[in-house]
Design a protein around this ligand. Structure first.
Ligand code: PLP
Length: 459
């Protein structure tokens, strides 16, 4: 063992090696020394445990370079999303428009008028410009922007109903995932949940009976990720808003996704629109920036000026506020909505959602030969119709007709599929597909960079 130990190079001698000196030039002395020490430590352990030298004994500089390169790689790696879910939360939801990308780069490089009004040279309000734009798009009186829609719901409850009751239908006590559950958020916000109605049916009289001395809000939650079918009844926002006006209790709605345009005009499932709820008389509506809106992660609250002012003044707003990059990306995204006829072209989310099955099929046909070449030996490949999902809490039952290339193991083994999925995840740009019914499905709806994809699978 001692002979083995004596064969390990010293850090000093390694640092005199010209290849290691090149690494020092690139990565700096400190990182290189830390990496060499780590390799040395691992080598010692290997000698102790296995009585043999590590495989990198033949080329320490190369081993160090590999480690340093791996460290250099960003933790947020670009991937090909071929899962068939357009707004995939684990893959970062909406892809932003080019105008949003440019706007973010611009505010990153330069001081900006974030809370500074040029005309009066006094401290302005950071949501101000966007609030005006949101009012124009939704017909609301004012707006407030926070970190995400979960934060928006928390802020509305904490600011408007501390220690008081909030009335919600039993059919709308939603769990979104990631521990966002309406009853828990109520508790965190210091409110008391007053449940009304039943799982399948809630009537206006249920809300009316629940309102008492201590009621601060009536709340609707969009049941975005599930549907109750059959003998059901829910109260329309306009009816609840009328009741709220009569009893002088504000009505708030957590819309979740929400779309600023009528998606049915593109043949997509209709989603409720914030402007419809504002028109129906709802006091505050909250929705996400990175779901159907197609912008950055943000929570947007629109509605009555007096209520928005209470949100802006609450200490939690300071903790939940967004930064200049989010505001820049959101402003650029919202501006696209001022020209709705160009939206399907300029907003990636809508562009992907509205791709026709014929267009995706043509792409599948273009890619099939290269995929055959890369995987044809072990797998049989086919072009097959499939169903894509909008994702991010949009109704999972609303599916979009799409096209996929499927790979079926020639030996019929499930382990070959798992192995293939793992191989695809390890490519230079990882490819994320979906295993279903004994096949690996590469749903091409979200494949934009075709040339890069071909290059990636050719390796
Ligand atoms: C998605 C969703 C949320 C959470 O929104 P985030 O922007 O992800 O924080 C809250 N409520 C509903 C109904 C949702 O669909």
């Amino acid at each position: 063992m001692n002979t083995l130990f004596s064969q390990l190079p010293s850090i000093d001698s390694l640092l005199r090696d010209s290849a290691v000196q090149a690494l020092t030039g690139q990565y700096g002395h400190q990182q290189v020394v830390t990496t060499l020490r780590k390799l040395q430590q691992e080598a010692r352990e290997q000698i102790l445990q296995q009585q043999q030298l590590p495989e990198w004994q033949v080329d320490w500089p190369q081993a160090a370079e590999q480690r340093l390169q791996a460290q250099q790689q960003s933790a947020l790696r670009p991937v090909f999303n071929l899962t068939g879910t357009v707004l995939h939360t684990n893959l970062g939801r909406a892809l932003l428009s080019e105008s949003a990308v440019e706007a973010v780069a611009c505010v990153m490089r330069s001081p900006v008028t974030l809370e500074y009004a040029l005309d009066e040279a006094e401290r302005g309000h950071r949501d101000r410009t966007l609030a005006d734009l949101l009012c124009q798009l939704t017909g609301a009186e004012d707006a407030c922007i926070v970190n995400n829609n979960a934060a928006a719901v928390l802020l509305m409850l904490a600011a408007l109903a501390p220690g008081q009751e909030v009335v919600v239908s039993r059919g709308e006590l939603v769990e979104i995932g990631g521990a966002f559950r309406i009853p828990d958020v109520m508790k965190q916000a210091g409110c008391q949940l007053a449940e009304v109605g039943t799982t399948n049916r809630t009537h206006l009289k249920d809300y009316r009976q629940a309102v008492g001395e201590n009621t601060a809000l009536l709340m609707k939650v969009h049941t975005s990720n599930y549907q109750i079918e059959g003998f059901t009844s829910a109260v329309e926002e306009s009816d609840l808003a009328a009741l709220g006006r009569e009893l002088n209790v504000p009505v708030i709605t957590d819309l979740g996704s929400g779309s600023l345009i009528d998606l049915s005009q593109y043949g997509l499932p209709a989603e409720p629109m914030p402007q419809q709820l504002i028109a129906a008389g709802v006091s505050l509506v909250s929705f996400s920036g990175d779901k159907l809106l197609g912008g950055p992660q943000a929570g947007i609250i629109v509605g009555k000026k007096t209520l928005i002012a209470r949100l802006q003044q609450h200490p939690l707003k300071r903790a939940l506020r967004v930064d200049k990059m989010v505001l820049a990306a959101l402003e650029a995204t919202l501006k696209l909505y001022l020209q709705p006829e160009k939206l399907a072209e300029q907003l990636p989310t809508l562009r992907l959602l509205t791709r026709s099955q014929a267009d995706i099929r043509a792409q599948a046909e273009r890619l099939l030969p290269a995929l055959e070449k890369a995987f044809g030996e072990q797998f049989s490949l086919e072009i097959a119709a499939c169903s894509s999902q909008i994702g991010s809490g949009s109704l999972p039952v609303d599916l979009l007709p799409g096209m996929a290339v499927t790979l079926t193991p020639r030996d019929g083994r499930g382990s070959a599929l798992q192995q293939l999925a793992a191989t695809l995840r390890q490519l230079a740009v990882p490819v994320i597909g979906r295993i279903q019914a004994g096949k690996l499905w590469l749903d091409l709806r979200c494949l934009q960079e075709e040339a890069l994809f071909l290059k990636t699978i050719a390796r």
